[in-house]
Design a protein around this ligand. Structure first.
Ligand code: HEM
Length: 415
């Protein structure tokens, strides 16, 4: 591409920008986008890994595998819903500062964007179908029914992930947007194609399911081992599989990371050998070392750390991924999200963070406490008065939030 062609692409991107501007500093949106993407992909990886264990156990006659499969199906169900909820957040942030890119990419593949929801519904439905087919069976050692449903669920989840991956990849190629839209002289309004992908990049994010789920198994053992009825042999067996997955999986993922870096677009320049290009892969590999040296022996007291460490590594990888996007769009094409017009709205910015901290904090603290204590209780769980009070506080906070919502709304409407 010559300089005038690049200038045209730059101009096109700025022309597509929302002239209304953004309500707070653009870096805040990108920062929150990175943070929430790291959470999204962590739960996506747990969902995929636990689905694989569920399937493996369903086709295996070993009683330990059967038991682990039944336990991991519970985690898979929750992980899908959390992955979806924390998938919406990076979507909101990326569409604010990268609106020219996100919407162009979505319109170019509109059928897939709409199909995404339908495919996801079927994927989730298939998982629940499998669950309901087998939930009444208390004996976890018998062969589960409708195993096909879990296979369908996993396959459809991967299709959903691939659509997201393709939309993200299309963002990185503004120089090709017009070509995709105008194919052989005819305008293609259909939105029926996914135009860009990088299988190494996709495989990297998916493969991280192995070490992350390994970390989850180690945590599972730590969590369940304090129960009076804990079967320590079974839990040790699960954790040892987890440690192997952490070590082997991190090496596989690091290799795929290198393959991704070797196949990034030319417009990224020397990103692969830059600090951010290298650090992502190094961090992934460090998980194997952490598992090897930190989780030795019984590792009873530090195994809760396996998932937080995975999240920190995921955050660094998410930052590298964002730096790659910035490197291409700003470094090569001269589109800088930082120069977005800011129309400061302190109320909405403040409300966002307060909602996050107070509503999110109080409700999550209550839910997590109940889930945590219930998981470690043998028989029926009865929350303590203190936990009940946490629930009441959470309800009050939600009530007050709703009240301020209407008061401010009516005030603005009446003004
Ligand atoms: C349940 C199945 C899902 C899977 C397997 C999945 C997987 C992925 C993967 C692999 C990526 C990284 C793509 C890349 O950078 O190459 C990604 C990114 C993303 N996903 Fe998901 N995802 C799922 C569901 C969702 C849902 C339901 C939403 C939102 C409603 C969502 C929103 C996003 C967003 C916003 C990004 C980042 C886009 C960007 O930064 O450009 N995902 N997802």
């Amino acid at each position: 591409m010559d300089a005038s062609q690049i200038a045209q692409v730059t101009e096109m991107m700025y022309a597509l920008r929302n002239p209304a501007g953004v309500p707070t500093y653009p870096i805040i949106f990108v920062g929150l986008g990175v943070l929430t993407f790291a959470l999204h992909i962590l739960f996506v990886q747990m969902m995929l890994g636990t689905s694989v264990i569920t399937i493996f156990g369903a086709f295996n006659t070993n009683p330990y595998w059967r038991r682990l499969a039944a336990a991991m199906l519970e985690v898979a169900k929750i992980s899908v819903s959390v992955a979806i909820v924390v998938g919406v957040a990076p979507l909101l942030f990326v569409q604010v500062v990268y609106d020219p890119h996100w919407y162009t990419s979505n319109v170019l593949s509109a059928n897939w964007v709409i199909g995404f929801i339908i495919i996801l519904i079927f994927a989730y439905w298939a998982m629940y179908f499998y669950y309901f087919q087998n939930s009444k069976n208390k004996d976890k050692t018998v062969q589960p029914k409708s195993r096909w449903a879990m296979l369908v669920s996993l396959a459809l989840m991967l299709v959903v992930g691939f659509i997201m991956h393709s939309l993200t990849s299309q963002i990185l190629h503004p120089e090709l947007w017009k070509e995709w839209y105008l194919q052989n002289g005819t305008l293609d309004y259909s939105g029926s194609q996914l135009h860009a992908y990088n299988l190494w990049r996709f495989a990297f994010f998916i493969s991280m399911a192995i070490p992350v789920t390994g970390g989850l198994l180690v945590t599972y053992r730590r969590f369940k081992s304090v129960r009076e009825d804990a079967d320590q042999d079974y839990l040790n067996w699960a954790a040892s599989i987890g440690k192997t997955w952490m070590k082997v999986g991190s090496v596989i993922s690091a290799a795929l990371y290198v393959a991704w870096m070797m196949t990034i677009p030319e417009t990224a320049g020397d990103f692969a050998t830059s600090f951010w290009g290298i650090i992502g892969g190094v961090m992934v590999l460090s998980y194997a070392l952490w598992a090897q040296f930190r989780l030795n022996g019984e590792a009873r007291f530090c195994s809760y750390m396996a998932l937080p460490v995975a999240l920190v590594i995921g955050l660094i990888v998410a930052t590298s991924r964002e730096m790659l996007r910035y490197g291409i769009l700003d470094g090569f094409f001269g589109y800088n999200f930082m120069d977005y017009k800011v129309v400061m709205d302190w109320y909405s910015t403040g409300l966002f963070f307060l909602t996050f901290a107070l509503v999110g904090g109080s409700v999550l603290a209550y839910f997590l406490t109940v889930a945590w204590q219930a998981g470690q209780t043998v028989g029926v769980y009865t929350p303590s008065p203190m936990v009940n009070r946490m629930g009441t506080i959470a309800l009050w906070v939600i009530g007050l939030w709703t009240l301020q919502f209407f008061i401010i709304g009516i005030y603005i409407w009446a003004k």
